[in-house]
Design a protein. Structure first.
Length: 148
């Protein structure tokens, strides 16, 4: 389980290293769907959400580990969003904590749905729509041309 968890941490770390905040969101949402839905013969799917949903003494360590992983990923995303606000890439009034929480919640939902009967195409459609809506809502004022 830790192997897969670390892969998701890696996805987040690679995403927050992107230059453009819109690419960050795309990597977190769309990139994660690609990871969650790899063919079964090479990847068992997203076992993380399943592992922490089991209510037993044996899963307490797993649950604590996954909670730390999610917190770490959300903190990294928050720092990146705050930087995008400071750089003028996102509007000055953007609530960075709420946006990081939204993206993390979407990621969790995609993870859970990937364990069910939801197809890769459906998950990708949801992730892409979420990405488009977030980016449309956060579009900076006209004339923004990058870092200031």
């Amino acid at each position: 389980m830790r192997t897969y968890a670390e892969r998701y941490r890696e996805i987040c770390q690679q995403a927050v290293a992107e230059k453009d905040i819109r690419t960050v969101f795309e990597r977190v949402l769309v990139g994660s769907v690609h990871e969650f839905t790899q063919p079964g013969d090479t990847h068992p799917g997203c076992l993380i959400s399943s592992a922490v949903m089991t209510d037993s003494t044996n899963t307490l360590d797993t649950s604590a580990y996954v909670a730390e992983l999610h917190s770490s990923n959300e903190r990294a995303l928050l720092v990146r969003i705050e930087r995008a606000v400071q750089d003028g890439e996102l509007a000055a009034g953007t609530d960075a904590a709420a946006l990081a929480g939204l993206v993390q919640s979407l990621w969790h939902g995609l993870s859970v749905r990937s364990n069910g009967d939801t197809s890769r195409e459906e998950l990708l459609a949801s992730a892409r729509l979420a990405h488009q809506l977030i980016c449309r809502h956060l579009a900076p004022a006209a004339g923004f041309s990058g870092r200031r």
